[in-house]
Ligand binder design. Structure first.
Ligand code: ZN
Length: 499
């Protein structure tokens, strides 16, 4: 086959995959936002069918043949080059998997999640333990198919964030932990005791919706090319830059939750809206790596949205909707919403201790993979570490070891990506301060478009063309380090707690 013909057919095949994935993600969005409860089964089957159709194309003999022709010479178009690399990697990955093993895993995975739901409801970890053990074992076997038999955890980690191994994460988490544990002692000893209840009140949801629209407008979310809806778990979806949808959730007593979730999901949504239109139809519309994607949302949620300057700007705006806020100073409001809480629950903690929640889970994953503890011992060790790192033991297993669904639904070797996003953000923050020296002034005025514009140019525009390490290199030329993030939290919490 001639190169030109192969290129044409390859692009057409990828376009089909792009459509199938977009239809699937729109159906999933509809399931979460609109679908009548009883229709879930039929919808689940339809979504599985579309996934299967996309998979057939990715693993077809035709795909392999086309790739072989295209690999004969370097592609002139860097987008095409990235597409070829992506599909070769996927083809190889699928070809290495033992289909029977995969079927066994897929079926176990579905059931394991259901068992977790029941176990959590009845506070019964013992009923989940054998299922979770098998989930780990099957995933380790699958990782072995790809050559990771000696270090399955790194193999699984590599799938979520290519290029990051246990060794690297051990180094980064070691640095962060050494810094954070003494910092938490200092915070506990500080005379500054912010009142976490100060931000609570009665905030009617229709007014929160209006405020959130302004929050999204400020960061440059384009409502002509996207939507905002409500779902139980906020998330963002969309392959096409002209149709990026995010969801959020409102709590009447605390409007900052919706603001932070709109900034977070808004960060994901901008990643989609900012992509170079030349990447449409290529399936390169998403940045590579769970941590790299999380960095985009966390930057707006935390580095911008949880900064003192942001609340100097947003509190008076919020007071237009909720006049009772006029009585509170931006500084007190900021301290209240950022106060360090050391909750044993990951979703109810603060920006700082969130890191320790992740380190705890990462360390337990390692112990399980290395056979240092059994699955039956997991709740006990969980509670010990919770006491050590967070100063609090969960009330029961439902609130402790059973709080997250991740380990029961295949997200193993995944947790570290949340903090990896923070490490990337540390790099971006440092680089941004060089390029936008009046960053804090801009945030204080709510002038956020230069900030998201920077993200578009430096991070979002190229979508999935580059691996996480390459993206980082293109921003500041550095290797990944925890240092910049540590500098950021040192500055933030020293100022807050007058350390
Ligand atoms: Zn996110």
């Amino acid at each position: 086959m001639r190169y030109e013909d192969a290129e044409k057919r390859f692009r057409a095949l990828v376009r089909e995959i792009d459509f199938l994935e977009n239809i699937r993600s729109t159906l999933s969005w509809d399931m979460r936002v609109n679908l009548p409860l009883d229709a879930a089964g039929y919808r689940g089957d339809s979504i599985a069918f579309l996934s299967g159709e996309a998979m057939k194309r990715k693993t077809s003999d035709e795909m392999n043949e086309l790739l072989c022709v295209l690999e004969e010479k370097p592609a002139e178009d860097p987008i095409l080059e990235s597409m070829i690399k992506k599909y070769r990697k996927q083809y190889k990955y699928q070809a290495e998997i033992d289909p029977a093993l995969y079927m066994e895993y897929a079926s176990h995975n579905l059931q394991c999640e259901v068992v977790w739901q029941e176990a959590k409801k009845h506070n019964d970890f013992a009923s989940l333990a054998p299922w979770m053990k098998k989930e780990f074992e099957l995933l380790a076997k699958l990782a072995a198919c790809h050559g990771w038999e000696k270090d399955p955890m790194s193999g699984l980690m590599d799938e979520w964030e290519p290029g990051i191994t246990r060794k690297e994460m051990d180094r980064l988490f070691g640095e962060l932990k050494d810094f954070m544990l003494p910092l938490l002692d200092d915070i506990k000893a500080s005379p500054v005791k912010p009142d976490p209840a100060l931000i609570l009140g009665e905030y009617p949801i229709p007014l929160q919706e209006k405020l959130c629209r302004r929050v999204l407008d400020d960061i440059g979310f384009d409502f002509r090319k996207g939507r905002v809806d409500v779902s139980a778990h906020p998330y963002t979806t969309g392959n096409d830059i002209y149709d990026i949808r995010l969801t959020t959730r409102y709590y009447e007593e605390n409007f900052t939750m919706a603001v932070c979730s709109c900034l977070h999901e808004g960060g994901h949504a901008l990643t989609g809206q900012h992509i170079d239109p030349a990447l449409r139809y290529t399936t390169l519309e998403h940045m590579v790596g769970a941590g790299m994607n999380e960095a985009q949302s966390r930057y707006l949620e935390n580095f911008v949205g949880r900064s003192p300057e942001y609340w100097e700007y947003l509190l008076p705006v919020a007071a237009e909707y909720f006049p009772q806020l006029k009585k509170i100073s931006p500084e007190d409001f900021y301290l209240s919403m950022n106060c360090v809480r050391q909750s044993p629950h990951r979703m109810r903690c603060d920006e700082l201790t969130y890191n320790l929640h992740i380190i705890l889970r990462y360390e337990l994953e390692k112990m399980l993979f290395d056979g240092d503890i059994t699955f039956d011992e997991l709740p006990k060790v969980w509670n010990e570490k919770s006491k050590e790192y967070l100063g609090a033991v969960p009330e029961n297993d439902a609130e402790g070891v059973l709080q997250d669904m991740h380990w029961s639904s295949g997200y193993i070797g995944y947790f570290h990506t949340y903090v990896l996003g923070n490490f990337y953000d540390g790099h971006f923050y440092e680089a941004m301060l060089k390029d936008i020296p009046d960053f804090h002034e801009k945030v204080r005025r709510g002038d956020l478009l230069p900030i998201t514009g920077w993200m578009k140019e430096k991070l979002h525009k190229t979508g999935g063309m580059y691996q996480p390490a390459e993206v980082l290199k293109r921003v500041d030329g550095q290797e990944l380090t925890a240092k910049h993030y540590i500098d950021y939290i040192r500055e933030k919490y020293s100022r807050m707690y007058r350390l």
